[in-house]
Structures are given as C-alpha cells and as structure tokens.
Design a protein around this ligand. Structure first.
Ligand SMILES: [Zn+2]
Length: 82
C-alpha cells in the first residue's frame, strides 16, 4: 500500500479520506471537503507518489467538490471529437 496516515496537511497535493475512499485535491479544497474533520477523525491518508494516478491505481475516487473546478487534472482520455 502506498499510503500513510496524515496528521496534518503537510505539503501534499492529493489527500485521501479512508471513511469513503475519496481523494481530495488540496489546492482546490472546498468547505464541503471538511479536510480538518478528516484529519481529526484519523481517516486521512497521503499517497506516494503524491499523484492522482497513484490514488486511482489503488481504487480511490475523486471528491465531487474539489475536482469540479479542475477539469484538466480530472479529465482522463475523454474524446470530444465529432
Ligand atoms: Zn474534496
């Protein structure tokens, strides 16, 4: 497993919540993400390497809040031709 428990948001970009298997994109954090509550509850994990690909490879899903404004990182092989 390439994850570790985080006790604070120390320099990571992607942040996982073990309670619902969602990965958050901290540069785009929203109030709905409740990152501080995740840390308090002990469900916070970081990924190594700290990439969205690593999170997806290990079965994590995107948070619907903080990924909504960052289509370029969330987009994955979409083909809009036609
Ligand atoms: Zn989020």
């Amino acid at each position: 497993m390439a994850t570790i428990v985080l006790r604070k948001r120390a320099g990571v970009t992607f942040f996982g919540d073990k309670s619902n298997n969602q990965v958050h994109y901290l540069p785009n954090e929203t109030a709905q993400c409740q990152i501080d509550k995740i840390i308090e509850s002990g469900n916070s994990v970081a990924f190594f390497p700290d990439t969205l690909e690593e999170a997806h490879n290990t079965g994590w899903i995107n948070c619907p809040w903080c990924f909504v404004l960052s289509a370029d990182i969330a987009a994955c092989g979409e083909d809009s031709e036609g």
